[in-house]
Design a binder for this molecule. Structure first.
Ligand SMILES: Cc1cc2nc3c(=O)[nH]c(=O)nc-3n(C[C@H](O)[C@H](O)[C@H](O)COP(=O)(O)O)c2cc1C
Length: 209
């Protein structure tokens, strides 16, 4: 990869919280925006993806990539699926990792692991690296209700610089479909990342027309 493209790299992690369609749509948008995406998928995320979206993602990174490329109809170049213990991946080191990472959806389990720096697999390590390098970590947490422990973990991560974005779509854009609700969340995530998007009307602009 050329140096010029290095700033268009991002780490995307899918974990086992409900909300697989958010993760898929976000991947689609990042690839469409010409990002090089390092994708990390937990075992539980694969179960949720099959349950909520009917998409069976193989455990092996190469097979998972082939399945996603076919499913999304995207070019293969921008997508790099990383193995759970691929410690030689760029995302495992502050010397090479992208400065931005999104965990979407983010389970309460991964929230806890990241809050306590466990780094027990590549996904947790990648988040730890972004935090220590003072990069941008967005965590799209999904659980309800939140326990005191969940709230404490979110507070701890927020104080460390992570952005906690609960998967809580609004309804003021009058969604007509599930896709509209998914796009609401994905639009907010892309806005935070600084990725141009036109998925939903912006507050105060389109309403006034
Ligand atoms: C269909 C399904 C939905 C789930 N939804 C959630 C959820 O919304 N939030 C959550 O924190 N855990 C949820 N879980 C439980 C997590 O997947 C489980 O705690 C898992 O160990 C998380 O592992 P991970 O963080 O490594 O992905 C769900 C599990 C399944 C199978």
């Amino acid at each position: 990869m050329s140096e010029a493209n290095r700033d268009k790299r991002i780490t995307l992690a899918w974990t086992g919280a409900s909300g697989a369609p958010y993760g898929l749509r976000l991947l689609e948008c990042l690839l469409a925006a010409n990002y090089h995406v390092y994708l990390l998928v937990s075992s539980a995320a694969r179960v949720v993806l099959a349950t909520e979206h009917g998409l069976k993602l193989p455990a092996g990174p190469d097979a998972a990539k082939a399945t996603l490329v076919k499913h999304l109809g995207c070019a293969p170049e921008g997508l790099e699926v990383c193995g759970k213990e691929d410690w030689f991946s760029p995302v495992a080191s502050g010397s090479a990792a992208p400065k931005q990472m999104v965990i979407c959806p983010c389970s309460a389990g991964t929230l806890a692991s990241v809050a306590h720096g466990l780094s027990d697999n590549l996904l947790e390590r990648a988040a730890d690296v972004v935090l220590k390098e003072r990069g941008q970590l967005l965590m799209v947490v999904r659980e309800t209700p939140f326990s005191t422990l969940h709230l404490e973990n979110m507070l701890k991560l927020s104080q460390m610089g992570a952005t906690i974005m609960p998967a809580a779509p609004g309804f003021y854009h009058q969604p007509a479909s599930i896709d509209d609700l998914v796009d609401f969340m994905v639009a907010r995530i892309l806005d935070h990342l600084g990725v141009e998007q036109g998925l939903v009307p912006r507050w105060g602009y389109d309403q006034r027309k």
